[in-house]
Design a protein around this ligand. Sequence first.
Ligand SMILES: *Cc1c(COP(=O)(O)O)cnc(C)c1O
Length: 625
Amino acid sequence: MDPLAPYFLGAFAENNDFFEKTVIELVRDHVFWRRNFHPEDLPPIGTADQYSPEYLEGVARTRHELHQLTAALKRSVPFFHPRYLGHMVSDLLLPGLVAQLVTTLYNPNNVVEDAAPVTVQLELEVGRQLATMLGFAIDPAKVPCALGHLTSGGTIANDQALFLARAVRLLPLAMRDALDSLGRRPETISPKLDADDWAHLNLPTRDILDLADTFHRDPELAKALAHTRVEHVGLGHFCAKHPLVANLAVIAPGTAHYSWKKALRLLGLGAANLVELPTRQARADSAALDTLLQTFARERRPVLMVMGVYGTTEFGTLDPLHELAALRGRSVDFWLHVDAAWGGYLPSVFRDPKGNLRPREDLRAEFAHFPSQRVYDTTAALPLADSITVDPHKQGFVPYGAGCFVAKDRRVFDLVLTDAAYVFHGDELGEQRYRSPGRFSLEGSRPGAAAAACVVNHRVLPLDSAHFGRLIARSVHTCETLSDALPAFAARLAPVATLAMPFDPDCNLLVFAVNPLGNRSLKAANAFGQRVMDAMSVTPARPVQLREFFGSCTTVSLEHLSADSAELFRALGLTEVDDDGVFLLRHTLMNPWLLSHPTEGDGSYLDAYLAFLERTVHELVTVVR
Ligand SMILES: *Cc1c(COP(=O)(O)O)cnc(C)c1O
């Protein structure tokens, strides 16, 4: 039996009996919960009302509109099917799906515990589950203790990362200003505060959070600090006082998701201060980072954050986090954030059920190539990050509206606690302050149903190699199968087209370019790639049922390809570089059934996809000629 069989509704809704039975049972259970709340009361909706013409009219209208809706939804994209290899979405894990549907009936709001006594606890549990998988410590009796909270997605989690990083990294300057305002000498608090602005901007994060504790424990200092922080005075005033801050840099590889540009704009840091880190093979170049940081140290340009990507959106590649982390504090100090919105669940393959990192040899025995030494080292380095973004609504297989921000040291949240007296109460410095994620999340009201979905999935399939990891390992295996099939496939295409992968895949996303045989122009190759893509894209005019397969595409700019372009052009037979990027077919290999067989005796869905691609390329080449 396929060990993943019970956990999805399935491409044919094969598990409908189990699904329907469970949903109906839990809906009825909800109904009884309502009826038994105060059964002695009179129901406001009278039984006789339910037979009146107006009532029946209301029922009819509702049913009509719902049928209209579900009819329209038939034009939706069949993400659940192994014929879908497009974006970062697939079938949903059934336990979480049912949890989300059922919890919505109770409509808990995770803004604060009184509005969601059950699901706020579940949200904190998701945070602990993800933190543990990533390798962070979660013992509240020790420092650092990690804490994660849910967001609507990776974008908001990244905003939160930048917001918190700024709060922490600019704090020492505010501390000194606060001491000045009180006429107190910095060295009475700590010799670390008796320094110049540059030194303040390069204090290790751990030291800053320890100092913050000292300030928070002294009401006079805490009050003064509240009035000198950038969040209070505003960036303009803060920069006027501390001119170095005006050029605060955020360093991210060219493969960074566009949410980073948005985040800098939103926080008033300026998209121009997003400094692009060069990449090789779509992975951050740590030697280039070293050079950049040394230059910045000479120029006295402070670095707020270095961001590494664990699973790039477009190519699925992983940055060498171990190398990035090793540079922290060497010439400058910074907040290290990892954007693992896509790759965040990959570490489940690396954790054994006891929570230990598995030796690389054990993993190697289960795959053809995975994990490379770099992939292994970067995964082991995740806990060196100060914060990590993970999207449960990507490789966590839960419905949309679930991102997660995890901080290594939960004390960072003390810096952004927002006081809304009508919502929050209770002690300020106790454990209690970490129990209402709504106090420190950017969003206010948030669905408790998302927390329920994640927790139930992670309880049914714990985030280790024996459970959830099997699901992710399946996708890595699928990707290896596709990548190993490519040389033979390229040979089949050879009479009409050339095919090349610009970058080897790291885990479960694979891109390649196709070029009609004899064509030398990049522009023409790109136009051809686009036509191939048109045969498997979603367009309102064409019913999804008429599509054989669904894919996605991306373009890698020549600037980002830089050193890697010569080899790719040679492989594709391109000599005229008359465009500024290379069009790529992008394959997200999340679906667990891509290696199953659509027809008896024939190959897998993956084989069928390649056969489809071969036909499409043949047809289009003929048209071009
Ligand atoms: C998807 C993604 C994001 C954005 O997440 P949303 O959930 O779409 O807001 C950010 N970073 C990376 C690397 C991503 O893959």
